[in-house]
Design a protein around this ligand. Structure first.
Ligand SMILES: *[C@@H]1O[C@H](CO)[C@@H](O)[C@H](O)[C@H]1NC(C)=O
Ligand SMILES: *[C@@H]1O[C@H](CO)[C@@H](O)[C@H](O)[C@H]1NC(C)=O
Ligand SMILES: *[C@@H]1O[C@H](CO)[C@@H](O)[C@H](O)[C@H]1NC(C)=O
Length: 295
């Protein structure tokens, strides 16, 4: 009989432990740049979210930004507020994730506006996977060496880069590629582009102990300057709907230019052949005769 209260007490302690969140369990969430992510709040009290507050500690900074206060979006930077919303389960939804979103998000519960915090914190770390070409995208074409960099941006205190996680290029990009690993959070790939690589997708994948977590793509699209010049043939303006007056065919323009040049030559020639009145003889030989004539 004496066992029952004790096990009941044990259960009570466990339940309180879970409810207050003193377990200190911090969730880690990952998102590709430009993707959407939902950060779960696992200490919700009122299902209508009116007790939920989300705080945010930007990477390394000590200041806290209150993003959601008692179910209402509260961020000052309106541009960022537009990318935030509260899910029906009081999760914090971040759309079009950016590097600046990296940090620690904390879900808290307040039963009244002025009342004390209810229970413990539900913290979530957000890390962001980015991919970019260090070769200007306008330079991408066959025989050019393209260098791609893939990085996992994490909170300074997080330390995921030092354990468990690794980045890789999947599938293996091929034999003409060089893969370098600067750290487990930063890899680069250098590849000599070939014709068939136009619009090819290059994928960087984040794995946690061998399991794929997320991946991000970069598409190598060749600059189509050469195609454009052949496409547009001899029409100067290809803007649809412009009047015919603007759409001067090149042949007409060339004709106009040629006529102008010819007229100029004829004028100069005629002037030169006029008797050089009062022209000093040495000027003729010095190659400045046109200048002298026009005075
Ligand atoms: C949300 O739910 C709580 C508890 O059920 C209630 O007291 C509160 O009025 C509700 N708030 C809104 C905005 O509906
Ligand atoms: C591209 O990289 C390869 C291998 O490193 C090198 O041999 C080649 O000269 C590079 N080409 C250009 C255009 O830089
Ligand atoms: C976080 O801060 C550290 C140190 O200030 C910096 O090295 C790192 O690049 C930052 N990460 C992001 C994603 O801004």
């Amino acid at each position: 009989m004496a066992d029952i209260p004790q096990s009941f007490l044990g259960l009570l302690v466990t339940v309180l432990y879970l409810l207050t969140g003193v377990s200190g369990e911090t969730l880690s969430m990952f998102s590709g740049e430009g993707d959407d992510v939902s950060l779960p709040c696992n200490n919700v009290v009122y299902p209508n979210c009116s007790s939920t507050t989300w705080n945010y500690n930007r990477n390394g900074s000590t200041g806290t930004i209150q993003e959601i206060t008692l179910g209402e979006i509260k961020v000052d930077q309106t541009e960022r507020a537009e990318r935030l919303s509260l899910g029906s389960d009081c999760s914090l939804h971040v759309s079009d994730v950016r590097a600046e979103d990296v940090g620690l998000y904390i879900c808290q519960q307040f039963l009244t506006e002025t009342g004390p915090k209810h229970g413990g914190d539900a913290p979530v770390h957000l890390s962001v996977l980015t991919i970019s070409s260090t070769t200007p995208v306008t330079d991408l074409k066959p025989n050019v060496n393209m260098t791609l960099r893939c990085s996992l941006l994490t909170d300074t205190q997080h330390g995921t880069c030092r354990s468990r996680f690794s980045l890789s290029w999947v599938p293996n990009p091929g034999t003409n590629a060089q893969d370098t690993q600067d750290s487990s959070c930063d890899i680069t790939l250098t590849v000599t582009l070939q014709k068939k690589d136009n619009n090819r997708k290059w994928t960087c994948t984040l794995t946690e102990e061998g399991n794929v977590k997320i991946s991000i793509d970069f598409t190598s699209t060749f600059s189509d300057i050469e195609e454009k010049t052949t496409d547009s043939d001899d029409v100067i303006s290809t803007v649809p709907g412009t009047s015919n007056a603007v759409k001067l065919p090149i042949s007409h323009i060339m004709l106009f230019v040629a006529l102008t040049i010819m007229a100029t030559i004829v004028t100069i020639h005629t002037r030169r052949n006029r008797p050089p009145k009062a022209l000093p003889p040495q000027a003729e030989a010095s190659g400045i005769e046109i200048h002298v004539l026009e005075e």
